[in-house]
Each structure stands twice: as structure tokens, then as C-alpha cells.
Design a protein around this ligand. Structure first.
Ligand code: LLP
Length: 385
């Protein structure tokens, strides 16, 4: 699929910076993701709300029939408001507060992804207060190196997330012994922006071994949640607008050995929303240094923090360049910190004050991670028809 041309005249009339979401791309992405699971009616897609909780995006995704993966009470509220049924919501997070657990029990979400034994006991106590039984899965740390940015890898043993593999059988037995807990399954998430499917193959093999251990103890597990993590192509978004969901899902389909009746859940965030979103900003100044040229924009890391926080690359495009002459720029924002740099030494058509600069693939972990540092306003968002 080709990217649709941007409505540049319309952009010109808007106050920058803002996020532009192309719903035609989101729709195609959702269709491809759903098509990849359609052959297996025991495979279920959840959307990781943390990637982007813009209400219009959430509504579109809930209408497509995906469930929601939430990591806070706020996300549960946002998911419900957007029309996700409570029965499609899973709730992860290492530090669930009491009010969040109570809310999740009240609205009857489908499953808590429990990350520690102390959390298990608190859920049991709070469920007892409400006279209900909580469905829980244990997040198991499978000790797999996802080969991704160290700030977004989560499956290694020394992470704060989840329960070590060695403690799994103890944890599950403990859960089964508690009166207000209903043990349903295992949950995993090894990291984000993973482009090498062999990592998911290794995860599937690890899950097979863990399932053998539970079988040996005669423990029945109904759901296997393999988390999210499928990456997107930030360098060439137009050539790879739709991630290869089929190859990703097939990796699990070929390797995971399921027990009769078992359900498999996925929690995809980035791969669903990254490519439909673009941050649009304006050039305020072109500053000619002695050795460098700077494009100084009205967008900064308060609008898109990924480059400053993870050294992430977002392709920059000058949408209104009037010359084909190529220049080398450091593209920077207005924030009073030297880390407020989008890209260094980037070749692009010569820019001038007022040009519109687009940062591509910004639909995931973009708008949602915006801040008001320097008393800046949060970016607006605009959606295509
Ligand atoms: N499930 C769990 C338990 C997670 O922790 C995450 C992401 C996901 C699912 C969704 O992962 P995805 O499919 O989006 O890779 N802010 C960072 C990414 C942090 C990811 C956190 N967990 C970034 O901008 O790259």
C-alpha cells in the first residue's frame, strides 16, 4: 500500500505542531492484523492502549473488534469510554494501585496479568471484599534477549517485570490455593520494536517448555498471552506501511504447542498505530552555524520524545520545500535542553522559515508521551476522514 498524499493546503491552515492520523492507513493495518489471525479462532488480538490512547484512535480500534491491553486504571477508563467491552480487557503493570484493582474488579475485566506474589495476595483480598473471584494470568519473565533497545526490552531476568521462570510453579500453585483467585493462564512480553521473528520463535519454544512443567504438575492453563512487540520500519515507512502480521502470527502458529481448548492472546501496540501517525511542525528558523546548519522547529521533545529518550529515528520530510537543492541539517526543537534534537546530520531539500516538516511513523508512543515541560501546550491531533 502506498502512503496517501498529505493534505498540505489543509495543514498550512493549522496551528503547528500537531499529530495527523491517516485513518485509511489505520483501517488497512487493522484489516491486515485481523486477516492474519482469522484462520485460528482461538487467536485473539488486543490493542496495547499505552501506544496511543487518542479517543478517536481507540474508538476505531474497538470498532474493529480488538480487545484492549491496559496498564493503568486510566487506560481501563479510556478503553471502556471508547467502547471496548470490559470482558475484552487485560490489565498488566508491576504497580497496580488498590483503586485500580478495585475498578478492574467492579467492571469485571477479563484478566489481571499479575507481576508479583505480593500483588496476587492484594488482588485476592480486594476480590474477597467485593465477594468475587478474579481471573489472573502470571506474567512470566522468560529470560529472552529481544535484541532491541535496552530501554524497551523486558523479557530478561533482571527486569522489574513479572515472575522468574523458576518461581512459576510455586506462583501458580499459590494462586490455585487462594479462594478469590481463578488461575487462567500465562502472560509474556519480551520487549518492543522487535523486527527479528526468531525472537518470537525462541519465546514460543520457551512457552512449550514451561507448559510441560505445568502439565507435570497436572495444572490446567486456559490462556497463553504472548504480549506485543512486533516492530515497524522507521527508515522506509512508505515501503512498509503495513507490518508483516502474517509472518509474525505464523511464527507462533508453527511453534506453539497448544493444549486442547487453549486460547492465545496478543497485545500489539506499535505495529497497529505507528505508521498511521505523523507529527507536523513548522520551521521557525534556519540557523547557519560555522560547521553545521540547523533547522529549528516549533515541535520539540515535549511533542515527540522518542529521539531524545531512545535515540529513535523518525524520518523527517520537508512537505513544502521549493527547491531540489540538498542540505545537511541538525533538526532541533525549541526546548531549553541540548537533548532536544530530532536528527543530526540529515540530508534533505533546503528548508526555509515556515516550511512544514513531517516526522513519520509517529503514531505509537508519540502523542501519548507528550509533556508540558517549559509550559508548552500539548500538541493537537487531527484525523483524516
Ligand atoms: N504488552 C506489554 C506488557 C507491554 O509492556 C507492551 C509495551 C506491549 C504489550 C505493547 O508493545 P508493542 O507491541 O507496542 O511493542 N515507549 C517505547 C515503547 C515502550 C513499550 C512498553 N511496553 C517506545 O517509544 O519505543
Amino acid at each position: 500500500m502506498q502512503n496517501m498524499p498529505f493534505p498540505i493546503d489543509w495543514f498550512q491552515q493549522q496551528t503547528t505542531p500537531f499529530y495527523y492520523y491517516d485513518f485509511r492507513i489505520l483501517q488497512k493495518t487493522l484489516e491486515a492484523a485481523k486477516k492474519a489471525v482469522v484462520e485460528n479462532d482461538n487467536y485473539h488480538l488486543h490493542y496495547a492502549v499505552k501506544a496511543n490512547s487518542n479517543p478517536q484512535i481507540l474508538k476505531k480500534i474497538s470498532q474493529a473488534g480488538l480487545g484492549a491491553d491496559c496498564v493503568s486504571g486510566g487506560e481501563i477508563k479510556a478503553a471502556l469510554a471508547a467502547g471496548f467491552p470490559a470482558s475484552s480487557i487485560v490489565f498488566a503493570g508491576v504497580g497496580k494501585a488498590d483503586w485500580e484493582i478495585k475498578l478492574a474488579l467492579e467492571v469485571q475485566i477479563s484478566c489481571f496479568n499479575v507481576e508479583s506474589i505480593p500483588e496476587l495476595y492484594v488482588i485476592n483480598d480486594l476480590a474477597a471484599e467485593q465477594g468475587v473471584k478474579a481471573n489472573i494470568a502470571f506474567r512470566i519473565t522468560p529470560n529472552i534477549d529481544a535484541h532491541t533497545n535496552s530501554k524497551i526490552t523486558t523479557g530478561l531476568r533482571e527486569n522489574k517485570f513479572g515472575i522468574a521462570m523458576e518461581d512459576m510453579v510455586f506462583a501458580v500453585k499459590e494462586a490455585i490455593s487462594l479462594p478469590h483467585i481463578n488461575y487462567v493462564g500465562l502472560h509474556f512480553h519480551i520487549g518492543s520494536q522487535i523486527l527479528d521473528n526468531s525472537r518470537f520463535a525462541v519465546l514460543s519454544e520457551r512457552i512449550n517448555k514451561l507448559q510441560d512443567q505445568l502439565d507435570a504438575e497436572n495444572i490446567k492453563t486456559s490462556t497463553i498471552n504472548v504480549g506485543g512487540g512486533l516492530g515497524v520500519n522507521y527508515e522506509y515507512p512508505d515501503e512498509h506501511l503495513i507490518p508483516d502480521f502474517k509472518k509474525y502470527i505464523d511464527t507462533f502458529r508453527h511453534i506453539l504447542k497448544l493444549r486442547p481448548g487453549q486460547q492465545v492472546h496478543f497485545e500489539l501496540g506499535r505495529s497497529i498505530v505507528a505508521q498511521c501517525g505523523t507529527l507536523i511542525s513548522r520551521v521557525l528558523y534556519v540557523k547557519e552555524g560555522h560547521n553545521k546548519k540547523f533547522l529549528i522547529l516549533d515541535a520539540g521533545f515535549t511533542d515527540l520524545i522518542r529521539p531524545a529518550m531512545y535515540n529513535a529515528f523518525h524520518l523527517a520530510q520537508n512537505l513544502t520545500a521549493t527547491t531540489k537543492k540538498i542540505e545537511k541539517y541538525d533538526i532541533v526543537g525549541p526546548i531549553c535542553e541540548s537533548s532536544d534534537i530530532f536528527i543530526k546530520d540529515f540530508y534533505m531539500p533546503e528548508g526555509k522559515r515556515g516550511d512544514l516538516i513531517a516526522f513519520r511513523s509517529a503514531g505509537a508512543y508519540g502523542e501519548i508521551m507528550a509533556s508540558q515541560y517549559n509550559c508548552r501546550s500539548l500538541p493537537n491531533s487531527i484525523v483524516s476522514e
